[in-house]
Design a protein around this ligand. Structure first.
Ligand code: PAF
Length: 285
C-alpha cells in the first residue's frame, strides 16, 4: 500500500523523508516540473511510479530560466489542481519550495553546459539552459533521487541535463519519456493555453511539418532542402518568427550524419502569444 501524497516546502523535511525511504531500501524517482500539470507531465509521473518505489514531483517556477521579456509572471499556476492530479496518480511527495529554499541569500553559483547548451534553444533563449541546468542540479542535490524523468518534448533540455549529470557525476539516471500529443499531433505544453481558437487550429502543423521532414529524410531526402522547405511551410501557415526547423544528430545535436545514424528534426516557432517547440526522431536506416 502506497503512502498518501505529502506536500513538503523545506529541504530539511524533504531530506528526512528521502533518508527514511532509503533506509527502508526503497528506490526514489524525481519528476521536476513547473506545475500547471497536464497529461505530458503525468506520463513522467506514471513512468516514475511504475519504475520506482517512491516518486517525488517538484513544483517550482524557476525564475532563472525566464528572460526579462518572457512570461514568468503570467506563467500558469494552479497548485491545488496539480495536487489532486498527483494524489489520484499515486505520487508520494510534492516538493513545492518557496524561491528562497532553492536560491538562498547570496546564491551565486551557475551551471553551464557549453556547446550543447549554446545552440538551438540556447541561441534563441540566451541564459535559458544555464537556468535549467542550475535549478535541475539544485533539485537533484536537494532530492537525491536514483532516477529523474524528463519529457522528450524538450529534447535538447533532456540532453543538456543528461550531459550535466554525467559531467558532475551526480549518480542519477536521467530517463527520457516520449512526448504526449493531442489527437491532431500537437505536443502538450502548458503554454498551449496561450493559443487563440484560430491559432489552435494552425498549431498541429508544426508537428505535421517536422514529421514529414523525418519521413522524407528516412527515404533519402536532402536535409538542407528539407529544412528550408519546412521554414517556408511554417511561415506561410502563419507561424512567425520561425526560430529554427532543422535536422540534427540525435545525440550531439550537431550535423546529421546520414542514414545509418539516429537523427532528430527539431523546430521552434512563435504562433501568436505562444512559442511552440517540438521534435521527432529520424530512425537509422
Ligand atoms: O521542463 C520544465 O518544466 C523545466 O525546464 C524544469 C525541467 C522543471 C526545470 O525548471
Amino acid at each position: 500500500v502506497s503512502d498518501p501524497l505529502e506536500t513538503v516546502r523545506g529541504v530539511q523535511e524533504l531530506r528526512a523523508r528521502v533518508a527514511e525511504w532509503r533506509a527502508g531500501g526503497l528506490s526514489v524517482g524525481l519528476v521536476p516540473t513547473m506545475g500547471a500539470l497536464h497529461a505530458g507531465h503525468m506520463a513522467l509521473v506514471h513512468a516514475s511510479i511504475t519504475a520506482m518505489d517512491r516518486t517525488i514531483v517538484s513544483l517550482f517556477v524557476n525564475p532563472k530560466q525566464f528572460a526579462p521579456s518572457e512570461d514568468l509572471d503570467s506563467y500558469p499556476r494552479d497548485e491545488d489542481t496539480d495536487k489532486s492530479m498527483l494524489k489520484t496518480a499515486g505520487a508520494q511527495l510534492l516538493y513545492a519550495p518557496e524561491a528562497g529554499e532553492v536560491y538562498g541569500e547570496g546564491f551565486s553559483t551557475a551551471v553551464t553546459v557549453s556547446g550543447l547548451g549554446d545552440i538551438l534553444e540556447g541561441e534563441f533563449r540566451p541564459g535559458f539552459f544555464n537556468g535549467v541546468a542550475t535549478v535541475v542540479a539544485k533539485l537533484l542535490s536537494q532530492c537525491r533521487p536514483d532516477r529523474a524523468f524528463f519529457g522528450e518534448k524538450d529534447y535538447q533540455q533532456l540532453l543538456v541535463v543528461r550531459r550535466m549529470a554525467r559531467d558532475l557525476d551526480l549518480g542519477v539516471d536521467i530517463t527520457g519519456v516520449e512526448t504526449v500529443r493531442e489527437a491532431d499531433g500537437l505536443a502538450l505544453s502548458s503554454r498551449n493555453a496561450y493559443l487563440t481558437a484560430a491559432e489552435r487550429e494552425t498549431a498541429p502543423l508544426l508537428h505535421q511539418t517536422i514529421q514529414g521532414v523525418a519521413e522524407r529524410i528516412e527515404a533519402g531526402a536532402d536535409p538542407a532542402g528539407e529544412e528550408s522547405a519546412a521554414m517556408d511551410t511554417l511561415i506561410e501557415a502563419g507561424f512567425g518568427p520561425v526560430d529554427y526547423a532543422c535536422v540534427r544528430d540525435a545525440t550531439t545535436l550537431g550535423f546529421y550524419l546520414g542514414s545509418g545514424t539516429a537523427g532528430r528534426v527539431l523546430a521552434a516557432a512563435r504562433l501568436g502569444r505562444a512559442r511552440l517547440i517540438d521534435n521527432v526522431a529520424i530512425a537509422p536506416a
